[in-house]
Ligand binder design. Structure first.
Ligand code: DQA
Length: 142
């Protein structure tokens, strides 16, 4: 089984970015945690991050025929992007939406997720552990 983990804008600056909300661990710490959990679960994992919406669409499209599951934190594009929703619907790969913070108890605009209807699950507010939960969920469903 192969899982693609996609992170959207500003998540490359984890650690620096609003640490009171997103924590002090860096993006590279996150990738290390994801790789360790994937090894433990016996699955292949690929991690990518981009600040560009089109690159995220390309990554989702590229997963077609190559990945069995997607974990995605679309960052702010969660609340704006129909293109990401359409891409996930197009490839039909089981996808889990992850948010480090609890988007439902923050500003009202963060309560809207365009991608959520195309996802098999949404995990929010569990910090970086949420990505590991998403991996476990996809492995269990496979
Ligand atoms: C986020 C929440 C989004 O509202 C925000 O724009 C992000 C990160 C999270 O992981 O909590 O960039 O997706």
């Amino acid at each position: 089984m192969k899982i693609l983990v996609i992170n959207g804008p500003n998540l490359n600056l984890l650690g620096l970015r609003e640490p009171d909300i997103y924590g002090k661990s860096t993006y590279s710490d996150l990738v290390g945690m994801i790789r360790a959990e994937a090894d433990r679960l016996g699955v292949e994992v690929e991690c990518m991050q981009s600040n560009h919406e089109g690159a995220l669409v390309d990554a989702i499209q590229g997963a077609y025929g190559t990945a069995d599951g997607i974990v995605i934190n679309p960052g702010a594009y969660t609340h704006t992007s129909i293109a990401l929703l359409d891409a996930v619907k197009t490839v039909g790969i089981p996808t889990v939406e992850v948010h480090i913070s609890d988007v439902d108890i923050r500003e009202a605009f963060r309560r809207v997720s365009y991608i959520r209807p195309a996802c098999v699950a949404s995990i929010k507010g569990h910090g970086l552990e949420g990505y590991l939960e998403a991996l476990r969920l996809l492995v269990k469903q496979d």
